[in-house]
Design a protein around this ligand. Sequence first.
Ligand code: ZN
Length: 138
Amino acid sequence: MIKKVEHIGVAVKSLNESIPVFEKLLGSTCYKVEEVSDQKVKTAFFKVGETKIELLEATSPDSPIAKFIEKRGEGVHHIAFEVEDIEKKLVELKELNFQLIDEKPRLGAENFLIAFLHPKSVNGVLTEICQHQNEMNK
Ligand code: ZN
């Protein structure tokens, strides 16, 4: 079962320039900046009710975010859905013919296990499935 939209990822050229824009828009301050070296991104988070906005800046020219911006410009990059059991959900989604980018979950920002579905199988929407690590022991 999907619990909620955990966050919406937005590709930006510069966190330094974009953080103040989103602080103005949302009327709240960025509560965390975190680098995810695995994905070659630096992330900045804002709380919006039950969900979050995740700004993503590339830390290397071969980062997926750098490639995305090169092709499509800045903008909404992915939607992340939180689940209780990511391993189980990935098996289910595969059976339903969704194309997995990550067969196995990997570590993302904010202590989440994450996996992406290919946008080709989700109407062009890059979809992230995530599970908070604290849920593991429940
Ligand atoms: Zn994300």
